[in-house]
Design a binder for this molecule. Structure first.
Ligand code: NAG
Ligand code: NAG
Ligand code: NAG
Ligand code: NAG
Ligand code: NAG
Ligand code: NAG
Ligand code: NAG
Ligand code: NAG
Ligand code: NAG
Ligand code: NAG
Ligand code: NAG
Ligand code: NAG
Length: 801
């Protein structure tokens, strides 16, 4: 790899000479982000689309309607795939079943790109094999080709699809999705093994990859970084800068050299600024990239004013002496939205605010009438007591049996309302606990499927905590106290769109939310009361929509965390929500369970194996299987400091947020074991939070996972900031060494610090081998390391040129 120091490449010299002789500036055009389309048509074994429904995509006679699909070369996010010139004439996709695609010529690669759709939502492994025999498994989250809830939006979307070989039409939207992932570029990529056939099928329509740039063969260590603008995206996010509302343009900059060319001279390693120019556009705050090693990408916000829709912008990169390093032209612009209108296409532009992206850790609170019985068998949610008491209404439901044995057959669910009394509820104590737990936001259940609201629901219903039970406006108390005492803590509301047993929901009922009064669980001939119901004409117009608006406009929620989806007026709601928040100088967000226009997805009691570049938030109870308090669960089963911190760090390394749920008692107490575990998590975040909050994922990979036997080199997660790189291990390094097998972005002169309660730690000696293996000598810091619990954060501070 070593070569004589810095010979000038004669081709570059000639090019520069030509440019100068033509009187052109030396400011060069940055390398356009490259890609090579892989022709996979010889593998095609399924026909997804036709003009008449004769295709059979899913094996049940359902298929895409080709009149809605593009033909020929299809470009998305700068990558072009080949779609058929005529759909229906021949197979157009491959059903993955472990087929191997061998590249014509092994090529060192930077990123891989797919165009695909599934017959369900699931994770599928694409396995890369490299020339040196190494492998890399890339997990792709495949999404269902059609989405009943109409929530997800593919890069190709059709308004309907064929059923029964064309005899019928399904009016749900239907999609083809796109996915890109980093490829480790230590060795040339030789082949790609498609996912094995499981219970679900991945349909692949197209594939491409981005080759790495070639280092100068005579001077591999000193080629200089090969910078390329991966994308420049005009976002809906903004900041007030010098009194002006400035739009965030997210610029992703890549160093296309392969990671095997890792060297200081091949890296960007000083304060570079990124600005945007274009018609009417002014950069009011440039972005900063300090460090970009071969194979890496950095995302940075550039703040601009004056952008309009569908014009062209240029990205300009300058070095620390303000010299232009290069420019990249032709980026599509879009104006910062000043007024949200109830239009799905407009609202789909909305994204999670910067504060939400940086917050990482939130507390979810399931509190309501169900907190009084506080009971569920293992593997059921305690907040579903009302449902399981009625379904099935016989001995095969443990909740039905428990209710009969504990309260007797004459007690109905609404008889619990007076016992949900909040008598010990102290909003100050709650928000103080959340703050000390290190949470940056909370989401309170304001109305669950039982329809009992914790706020003033006006003339929509009296079924709430103001009229019954505590006779207090619990949402107002928590929100006002939080705003006053912990103004930096963001405030969110969970809201169930449907209600199980509300008679007014019956016209809209579906699945386990049928609506209609419950029949008495022990005497089906009687119906149960629905306490507090007021006469209304329409559930959506007169109850759901006004209640959501009230949470937005009167209570000032910052997160509308809907549940279940279903019939909704979310398009109208979202526009009103965003406009009223903006008028207040705030940025707010909604999840993917409001039936439309989501900002983020919400995996429940599950996380992902790989980085997800779209916003996501995983929620889990501290209880291993309940959000609401379950008195049956032994407190020793709760997520402890270790589980909370390791789950949080794992999620953050993959670009997600963690919403950790607690279930207070009917009196409004957060029981000691739950509070203690939160405080344990907070104690770690107090010294190591710099590796969590305000971080971004590291493009090459989220983690370095070791075999359980490899005790010297524990499983590690990575996060980044503009000036640091974090390696957080899930067990303490032993044997005096921390060994990382991934080529992390360290350069000579960088210092590594162990984050601990002792603020004055010394930097740890380290070496990086030619193959990228990092060894950190921690032998001098074993006292510090042993003083820390849950996870061990090693923070690299970049030494910039
Ligand atoms: C590399 O060095 C060889 C021998 O000195 C020379 O012939 C060749 O042109 C050089 N290649 C480049 C790209 O500079
Ligand atoms: C892909 O390869 C097939 C042969 O396997 C060929 O017929 C087809 O023209 C190729 N498509 C493109 C876009 O090059
Ligand atoms: C959407 O799909 C579901 C499930 O297949 C189906 O029951 C429903 O009728 C579809 N909706 C429309 C409007 O076609
Ligand atoms: C891909 O790699 C994963 C992880 O190494 C492995 O479990 C899986 O079997 C591989 N899939 C195929 C189709 O080879
Ligand atoms: C890096 O570049 C500098 C300046 O061009 C040069 O002096 C030095 O020898 C190079 N280092 C290596 C390892 O090639
Ligand atoms: C980089 O430079 C900008 C502007 O000169 C400055 O605001 C910023 O603090 C610098 N960042 C670092 C990490 O030095
Ligand atoms: C933007 O520039 C590209 C070429 O760089 C051109 O093809 C495109 O038409 C331009 N778009 C607009 C809206 O001006
Ligand atoms: C509730 O009050 C509002 C405002 O006074 C009114 O517009 C609405 O029709 C009322 N709803 C019902 C169900 O009475
Ligand atoms: C939400 O409402 C929109 C607009 O009325 C509708 O298209 C969508 O299907 C609804 N979502 C669900 C999950 O029913
Ligand atoms: C924390 O919980 C995990 C998972 O249940 C368990 O393995 C571990 O022993 C617990 N740690 C402590 C200190 O109790
Ligand atoms: C780990 O160590 C145990 C006990 O020494 C051994 O049985 C097992 O095979 C080892 N596992 C691996 C993956 O090396
Ligand atoms: C930190 O530790 C070093 C070496 O032990 C010592 O010289 C220095 O004074 C300490 N600094 C502070 C702020 O305690």
């Amino acid at each position: 790899m070593k070569s004589p120091p810095h010979c000038v490449n004669p081709h570059v010299l000639l090019a520069l000479h030509l440019l100068t002789s033509l009187g052109l500036s030396l400011a060069q055009t940055l390398t356009p982000f490259p890609f090579r389309t892989v022709n996979i048509s010889q593998l095609f074994d399924n026909t997804a689309a036709s003009p008449d429904g004769s295709a059979d995509f899913d094996g049940h006679g359902d298929s895409f309607d080709s009149q809605f699909l593009p033909t020929g070369p299809f470009t998305y996010d700068g990558i072009t795939y080949n779609l058929p010139t005529t759909w229906g004439a021949q197979p157009d996709n491959v059903m993955a079943s472990g087929q191997v695609i061998t590249l014509d010529e092994p090529t060192t690669a930077h990123e891989i790109h797919f165009l695909l759709a599934g017959d369900a939502d699931f994770g599928a492994d694409f396995n890369m094999t490299f020339v040196d025999g190494s492998t890399q498994s890339v997990q792709v989250q495949v999404k269902n080709w059609y989405v009943w809830a109409n929530v997800y939006k593919g890069v190709i979307e059709t308004p309907s699809h064929f059923e029964q070989n064309g005899a019928a039409r399904n009016l749900n939207r239907t999609n083809i999705y796109q996915w890109s992932a980093s490829i480790l570029s230590e060795s040339p990529l030789q082949s790609i093994t498609l996912p094995a056939q499981g219970s679900h099928t991945t349909h692949l329509f197209g594939m491409a990859f981005t080759p790495s740039a070639s280092p100068d063969t005579n001077d591999t260590d000193s080629t200089g970084p090969v910078l390329s603008v991966r994308r420049a995206r005009f976002t809906s996010r903004w900041e007030m800068i010098n009194g002006v509302r400035a739009q965030a343009v997210e610029v992703t900059l890549a160093n296309l050299l392969p990671s095997s060319a890792h060297s200081a001279n091949n890296s960007l390693n000083s304060n570079h600024s990124i600005a945007i120019t274009g018609d009417g556009i002014t950069t009011v705050l440039p972005g900063t990239v300090n460090r970009l090693v071969p194979g890496d990408q950095a995302r940075v916000d550039v703040f601009v004013t004056g952008s309009t829709d569908n014009s062209n912008a240029t990205v300009e990169v300058r070095d620390s002496t303000e010299n232009t390093v290069g420019t990249s032209e032709g980026w599509d612009t879009s104006a910062l939205i000043e007024n949200w209108v109830p239009d799905r296409d407009v609202l789909n532009v909305h994204e999670t605010p910067t504060w939400w992206n940086n917050a990482k850790f939130g507390i979810f609170i399931h509190w309501g009438v169900y907190s009084y019985p506080a009971w569920a068998p293992p593997s059921q949610y305690a907040e579903w007591y009302d449902w399981y008491m009625h379904n099935p209404a016989n001995e095969s439901s443990p909740t039905w049996v428990h209710h009969r044995d504990t309260y007797g057959e004459s007690v109905v669910y609404d008889d619990f309302i007076p016992f949900f009394n909040a008598s010990k509820f102290n909003a100050s104590a709650w928000v103080d606990l959340f703050d000390r737990a290190g949470a940056k936001y909370f989401v309170l259940v304001t109305k669950h499927h039982d329809g009992f609201a914790l706020f003033d629901t006006g003339n929509s219903t009296d079924r709430n905590s103001v009229k019954f039970g505590p006779k207090r406006d619990l949402v107002a108390e928590l929100f006002e106290t939080s705003a006053r005492e912990k103004p930096d803590l963001h405030r969110g509301t969970y809201y169930s769109l449907p209600e199980w047993f509300n008679p007014d929901f019956a016209p809209y009922g579906f699945g386990t939310w049928p609506g209609g009064l419950a029949h008495n669980a022990y005497n089906a001939s009687e119906v149960e009361p629905y306490t507090g119901r007021l006469p209304i004409d329409d559930y959506i117009e007169d109850l759901q929509f006004p209640q959501m608006l009230s949470l937005a406009e009167k209570y000032g929620t910052e997160i509308m965390w809907c549940d279940i989806g279903g019939p909704n007026k979310t398009i109208e709601f979202a526009a009103a929500f965003y406009n009223s928040a903006m008028a207040d100088g705030r940025q707010v967000t909604i999840n993917d369970r409001c039936g439309a226009v989501p900002d983020f997805t919400t995996p429940e009691y599950t996380t992902f194996n790989s980085i997800q570049t779209a916003s996501w938030e995983s929620s889990e109870g501290m209880d291993p299987f309940s959000y609401g308090l379950n008195s049956r669960t032994n407190a020793s089963q709760y997520k402890n400091g270790t589980t909370i911190i390791q789950t949080l760090v794992d999620i953050v390394s993959k670009n997600g947020n963690f919403l950790l749920d607690i279930g207070p008692t009917a009196e409004g107490e957060i029981i000691a074991p739950m509070a203690d575990n939160l405080l344990d998590a907070g104690s770690w975040l107090a010294h190591s939070g710099e590796c969590v909050y305000d971080t971004k994922f590291w493009f090459p990979t989220s983690q370095d996972i070791k075999t359980p036997n490899d005790t010297t080199s524990p499983s590690t997660r990575f996060t980044t900031t503009p000036t640091t790189f974090c390696m957080v291990t899930f067990s303490p390094p032993s044997g005096g060494q921390l060994v990382i097998d991934k080529r992390v972005p360290l350069l000579p002169g960088d210092e590594i610090f162990f984050l601990s309660p002792n603020a004055n730690t010394t930097s740890l000696p380290w070496t990086m081998a030619d193959n990228g293996k990092l060894t950190v000598d921690v032998s001098g810091s074993m006292d510090e390391i042993e003083s820390v619990k849950f996870a061990w954060a090693f923070q690299v501070k970049y030494k910039l040129d």
